[in-house]
Design a protein around this ligand. Structure first.
Ligand code: 5GP
Ligand code: ZN
Length: 113
Protein backbone atom coordinates (compact mmCIF):
# COMPACT_ATOMS: atom_id res chain seq x y z
CA UNK A 1 0.00 0.00 0.00
CA UNK A 2 1.83 3.05 -1.31
CA UNK A 3 0.17 5.61 0.95
CA UNK A 4 0.05 3.57 4.17
CA UNK A 5 2.19 5.04 6.96
CA UNK A 6 2.54 1.72 8.78
CA UNK A 7 3.62 -0.08 5.57
CA UNK A 8 6.26 2.63 5.24
CA UNK A 9 7.38 2.07 8.84
CA UNK A 10 7.48 -1.70 8.23
CA UNK A 11 9.66 -1.26 5.13
CA UNK A 12 11.95 1.32 6.76
CA UNK A 13 10.84 4.12 4.41
CA UNK A 14 9.47 6.11 7.36
CA UNK A 15 11.33 6.54 10.61
CA UNK A 16 10.05 5.02 13.85
CA UNK A 17 11.42 3.81 17.17
CA UNK A 18 11.46 0.08 16.43
CA UNK A 19 11.65 -2.19 19.49
CA UNK A 20 11.16 -5.59 17.81
CA UNK A 21 11.30 -6.93 14.27
CA UNK A 22 11.20 -10.31 12.53
CA UNK A 23 10.27 -11.49 9.04
CA UNK A 24 6.54 -10.98 9.60
CA UNK A 25 6.13 -8.45 12.40
CA UNK A 26 7.42 -5.07 13.49
CA UNK A 27 6.83 -3.32 16.84
CA UNK A 28 7.56 0.33 17.52
CA UNK A 29 6.84 2.93 20.16
CA UNK A 30 3.64 4.89 19.65
CA UNK A 31 4.36 8.50 18.68
CA UNK A 32 1.72 9.73 21.15
CA UNK A 33 1.98 7.36 24.14
CA UNK A 34 -1.03 6.85 26.40
CA UNK A 35 0.96 4.89 29.00
CA UNK A 36 4.62 4.47 30.05
CA UNK A 37 4.72 1.46 27.73
CA UNK A 38 2.76 2.05 24.53
CA UNK A 39 3.99 -0.08 21.68
CA UNK A 40 2.28 -0.73 18.35
CA UNK A 41 2.68 -4.25 16.98
CA UNK A 42 1.83 -4.80 13.32
CA UNK A 43 2.09 -7.48 10.68
CA UNK A 44 4.35 -6.36 7.84
CA UNK A 45 1.68 -7.49 5.39
CA UNK A 46 -1.06 -4.89 4.94
CA UNK A 47 -4.52 -5.66 6.29
CA UNK A 48 -6.81 -2.70 6.72
CA UNK A 49 -8.37 -4.17 9.85
CA UNK A 50 -9.27 -7.47 11.49
CA UNK A 51 -12.29 -7.55 9.18
CA UNK A 52 -9.93 -8.15 6.25
CA UNK A 53 -8.02 -11.10 7.72
CA UNK A 54 -8.88 -14.57 6.44
CA UNK A 55 -8.25 -17.95 8.12
CA UNK A 56 -5.22 -18.62 5.96
CA UNK A 57 -3.63 -15.31 6.86
CA UNK A 58 -4.41 -15.33 10.55
CA UNK A 59 -1.25 -17.08 11.81
CA UNK A 60 0.64 -13.82 12.11
CA UNK A 61 -1.98 -12.50 14.51
CA UNK A 62 -1.28 -15.40 16.87
CA UNK A 63 2.42 -14.60 16.69
CA UNK A 64 1.67 -10.98 17.62
CA UNK A 65 0.26 -12.19 20.95
CA UNK A 66 3.57 -13.87 21.76
CA UNK A 67 5.55 -10.81 20.68
CA UNK A 68 3.36 -8.75 23.03
CA UNK A 69 3.97 -11.15 25.90
CA UNK A 70 7.73 -11.10 25.34
CA UNK A 71 7.81 -7.29 25.16
CA UNK A 72 5.75 -7.10 28.36
CA UNK A 73 8.16 -9.49 30.10
CA UNK A 74 11.18 -7.50 28.85
CA UNK A 75 9.71 -4.33 30.32
CA UNK A 76 8.68 -5.93 33.61
CA UNK A 77 4.99 -5.12 33.19
CA UNK A 78 3.76 -8.73 33.03
CA UNK A 79 1.65 -8.25 36.17
CA UNK A 80 -0.71 -5.97 34.23
CA UNK A 81 -0.82 -4.92 30.63
CA UNK A 82 -3.34 -4.66 27.84
CA UNK A 83 -3.35 -5.61 24.18
CA UNK A 84 -5.88 -3.48 22.29
CA UNK A 85 -7.13 -3.87 18.74
CA UNK A 86 -9.40 -1.11 17.50
CA UNK A 87 -11.47 -2.25 14.55
CA UNK A 88 -13.12 0.46 12.48
CA UNK A 89 -13.66 4.18 12.90
CA UNK A 90 -16.42 3.78 15.48
CA UNK A 91 -13.97 1.91 17.71
CA UNK A 92 -11.31 4.58 17.28
CA UNK A 93 -9.20 3.07 14.50
CA UNK A 94 -7.41 5.99 12.84
CA UNK A 95 -4.70 4.15 10.88
CA UNK A 96 -5.99 1.66 8.32
CA UNK A 97 -3.25 -0.94 8.77
CA UNK A 98 -4.12 -3.47 11.47
CA UNK A 99 -2.19 -2.72 14.67
CA UNK A 100 -2.25 -3.91 18.26
CA UNK A 101 -1.56 -1.47 21.09
CA UNK A 102 0.52 -2.90 23.94
CA UNK A 103 -0.21 -0.68 26.93
CA UNK A 104 1.20 -0.93 30.44
CA UNK A 105 3.30 0.60 33.16
CA UNK A 106 0.38 2.28 34.88
CA UNK A 107 -2.97 1.27 36.38
CA UNK A 108 -5.38 0.58 33.52
CA UNK A 109 -9.05 1.18 34.14
CA UNK A 110 -11.98 -0.84 32.86
CA UNK A 111 -14.19 -0.49 30.89
CA UNK A 112 -12.35 1.43 28.18
CA UNK A 113 -14.15 4.46 26.78
P1 5GP B 1 -5.66 3.74 16.40
O1 5GP B 1 -6.36 4.95 16.92
O2 5GP B 1 -5.78 3.62 14.90
O3 5GP B 1 -6.03 2.46 17.09
O4 5GP B 1 -4.13 3.94 16.74
C1 5GP B 1 -3.24 4.59 15.89
C2 5GP B 1 -2.02 4.89 16.72
O5 5GP B 1 -0.94 5.16 15.84
C3 5GP B 1 -2.16 6.12 17.62
O6 5GP B 1 -1.94 5.73 18.98
C4 5GP B 1 -1.11 7.09 17.10
O7 5GP B 1 -0.51 7.81 18.13
C5 5GP B 1 -0.15 6.17 16.37
N1 5GP B 1 0.55 6.76 15.24
C6 5GP B 1 -0.01 7.43 14.20
N2 5GP B 1 0.92 7.80 13.32
C7 5GP B 1 2.11 7.36 13.81
C8 5GP B 1 3.45 7.43 13.33
O8 5GP B 1 3.74 7.99 12.27
N3 5GP B 1 4.40 6.86 14.10
C9 5GP B 1 4.11 6.22 15.28
N4 5GP B 1 5.15 5.70 15.95
N5 5GP B 1 2.86 6.13 15.75
C10 5GP B 1 1.87 6.68 15.03
ZN1 ZN C 1 -0.19 -0.80 5.43
Amino acid sequence: MDDCIFCKIASGQFESDIVYEDDDIVAFNDINPEAPTHILIIPKIHFESLNDVSDAESTVLGKINLVAKNLAMDRGIESGYRLVLNVGKEAGQTVDHIHYHLLGGRRLTWPPG
